[in-house]
Design a binder for this molecule. Structure first.
Ligand SMILES: [Zn+2]
Length: 433
């Protein structure tokens, strides 16, 4: 038996007066999702703790049964997704170049998204590409636009604060060691190195010919690098070793391919078109045919992107478009006794307020021959709360999947030196002459 997990990114939301105080999912006409709810076991899901707002890659990482403290950081995940050279022990930070204005001794963010063509982005990135000091070597590795990854190599620590305040008008921040590491020489040295790099970058970029030309033309100089979310590349047990399942991740976007590399899961690249329902149907078809895998993660980002527009009506329409693809699941996937079909989301992306993602739970449904069917017949953030799964957290999800695949191990049995939660484990036969 195998599992197909459909993840509707950022699906959860808040109530909106424009939708008669319903969430976009409650307000949307979703006959197929509702049918799946009526055939399944339902509940609510949060990848970590209720109320905590998680970025997608971290929420996915926790859903796959890894621990928060094992997370290598978004910089590492993005770098691997972009095919950049990141090795075990490297620290990777998200880095951007933008406009700052010096006021007294502070550098205030003026434009976080400067209007620059591709060639100008590369010229500025090259100007601050390499920097070596205090036994640490930094390299700015461009990704998209003016963004990139700042890779640190040497005796480096990930336990340092951000320098990017994200919000325009706020000052760039001094990098400090995290409180718990304030006496750690490696964290102190890494923070000192980053502050030196940021000061050097500001001076270098401010004097750059491209910025002199911009100032001459009345444009703001693009003159400072800022960093956030330091992470460290470290070896992790693969998804297959951890759960006994050969995993495949079907998604659009480098971030998810990087995540696949972090957890040792194969990835299939797909592209979004202007037909989100058609795109998702094709992904479900690929998943259904991929019988060589035991766990297939099917991802769509359109629900999250609709939430980020702040328009609940648009999100409702996107959910309705997605629902059309689920007709295929009802006809083909759900009736197949060899499949556990799961639909959920990684986090909520509210169409109101100022938070990037939000901390509310998301709905969850599981269908398969070993589930315990409940009375829920509508798939949304409120109806699913009455279902038989109650509240499921990230650290429980993979155990539930093993259970409903009928692959869970009786706790305490040790058929391998690692306490693997699945059966049969990677046991060694006793040999006799
Ligand atoms: Zn997400």
């Amino acid at each position: 038996m195998r599992c197909i997990l459909l993840l509707l990114d950022g699906l959860g939301d808040r109530s909106h007066s424009v939708l008669n105080d319903k969430t976009p999912l409650q307000a949307a006409h979703t006959p197929n999702l509702d049918k799946i709810a009526s055939l399944g076991m339902n509940g609510l899901f949060h990848a970590h703790l209720q109320g905590t707002a998680l970025p997608s890659e971290l929420a996915h990482f926790l859903m796959f049964g890894y621990r928060m403290e094992e997370f290598p950081g978004r910089g590492v995940v993005e770098a691997l997704g972009e095919g950049l050279d990141i090795r075990e022990g490297d620290v990777a930070l998200l880095a951007r170049i933008f406009s700052v204005a010096k006021e007294q001794e502070a550098l205030l963010v003026r434009h976080e998204n400067p209007d620059l063509d591709r060639q100008s982005c590369r010229v500025l990135q090259k100007a601050v590409q390499t920097f070596t000091r205090h036994g640490i070597e930094a390299e700015f590795l461009p990704t998209r636009g003016i963004g990139g990854i700042l890779r640190l190599r040497g005796n480096v620590s990930r336990f340092v604060t951000d320098s990017n305040p994200i919000t325009e008008g706020r000052p760039l921040m001094e990098v400090l060691p995290l409180r718990a590491r304030s006496d750690d020489p490696c964290a102190l040295n890494t923070a000192r190195f980053l502050n030196d790099y940021l000061r050097w970058s500001y001076r270098t970029l401010s004097e750059h010919a491209l910025n002199r030309k911009r100032i001459h033309e009345g444009l703001p100089p693009v003159n400072a690098v800022a960093t956030q979310r330091a992470g460290r590349m470290a070896g992790l047990p693969s998804f297959a070793d951890k759960w006994g399942l050969r995993g495949l991740l079907i998604a659009c976007g480098a971030l998810y391919h990087g995540l696949g590399r972090v957890v040792g899961m194969e990835t299939r690249k797909v592209k979004d078109t202007d037909d989100p329902g058609g795109d998702l149907r094709k992904r479900l078809e690929i998943a259904y045919r991929a019988t060589e895998y035991d766990f297939i993660h099917v991802h769509t980002k359109v629900t999250d992107e609709a939430g980020h527009t702040g328009n609940p009506l648009l999100k409702k329409r996107m959910i309705e478009a997605i629902d059309t693809a689920l007709a295929y699941a009802i006809d083909t996937i759900v009736p197949d006794d060899d499949i556990l079909f799961v639909v959920t989301a990684d986090h909520s992306t509210a169409s109101s307020g100022t938070m990037i993602h939000t901390g509310e739970t998301v709905p969850l449904v599981m269908t398969g021959k070993y589930i315990r069917r409940d009375d829920t017949d509508k798939f949304d953030e409120v109806s699913c709360a009455a279902g038989g799964l109650n509240l499921v957290r990230g650290k429980e999800l993979m155990y539930l999947i093993l259970n409903f695949l009928d692959r869970g191990k009786l706790w305490g049995l040790m058929d391998s030196p690692d306490d693997q939660p699945f059966t049969p484990g990677t046991s060694t036969p006793l040999r006799v002459d």
